[in-house]
Design a protein around this ligand. Structure first.
Ligand SMILES: Nc1ncnc2c1ncn2[C@@H]1O[C@H](COP(=O)(O)OP(=O)(O)OP(=O)(O)O)[C@@H](O)[C@H]1O
Ligand SMILES: [Mg+2]
Length: 191
């Protein structure tokens, strides 16, 4: 009960914009590796987690970003029964795109339509479910960061969540000369 209250309070704080973005410059690849590290351990041998990101300084809020991505990794671990999980970052055309892709059981149309509705998918019979606040919270964070979180329907198996953020320019002092020019590709976990 206490953790439901904590989750609800956290969600309410997010949705009433009590959480403000604190942007700074950081390396996105480093952040993704840091977020992935404990999940690699938790996946053990049942799931392989890989990160696909080039070193790139971006300007965003790393703490909020970490919270959103953690919600997606947590879901993959709890709900997907996947064998493979990928964290992919692509930069281009003024946007940062981060995918969390698994090759697990996926979501049917009905569930996908309600995926971002608070409490809508919680407590389904016979399943390991939480409160149904993880995806709505992650979307609120993405929007707080000036972007969005969507379910990318292009994968054939499993779930692919795409977090899109604006690529705010780094300050001149930190500019590395590496322009965000990666070509955007749809993610694919099918071998
Ligand atoms: N990667 C995934 N694969 C399959 N189903 C998923 C995946 N991610 C989410 N889901 C489905 O979407 C539902 C909603 O996810 P959400 O994170 O909002 O809530 P939750 O995980 O059930 O609870 P909470 O995150 O609040 O503890 C899940 O209960 C699950 O049915
Ligand atoms: Mg969740």
């Amino acid at each position: 009960m206490q953790s439901l209250l904590q989750e609800m309070l956290h969600f309410m704080r997010l949705s009433s914009s009590g959480l403000r973005m604190r942007p700074r410059e950081f390396d996105l690849a480093d952040l993704l590796e840091k977020i992935a590290a404990p999940y690699r351990y938790r996946c053990g041998t049942r799931m392989r987690l890989s990160v696909h990101a080039r070193p790139q300084i971006i300007n965003s809020d790393p703490e909020l970003l970490e919270r959103a991505i953690t919600n997606l990794l947590e879901n993959a671990l709890r709900h997907s029964s996947a064998r493979r999980l990928m964290l992919i970052a692509r930069l281009g055309e003024g946007r940062i795109r981060i995918w969390v892709v698994d090759d697990g059981r996926g979501m049917d149309e009905a569930r996908a339509a309600l995926a971002f509705e608070p409490f809508a998918n919680a407590g389904q019979a016979g399943e390991v479910t939480g409160f149904g606040l993880g995806l709505p919270s992650a979307r609120l964070i993405a929007r707080e960061l000036g972007g969005d979180l969507v379910l990318d329907r292009r994968v054939r198996k499993g779930c692919s969540f795409m977090l899109e953020l604006p690529a705010l320019p780094p300050s001149p002092a930190l500019r590395t000369g590496q322009a965000p020019t990666d070509v955007e590709e749809p993610p694919c976990v099918a071998a």
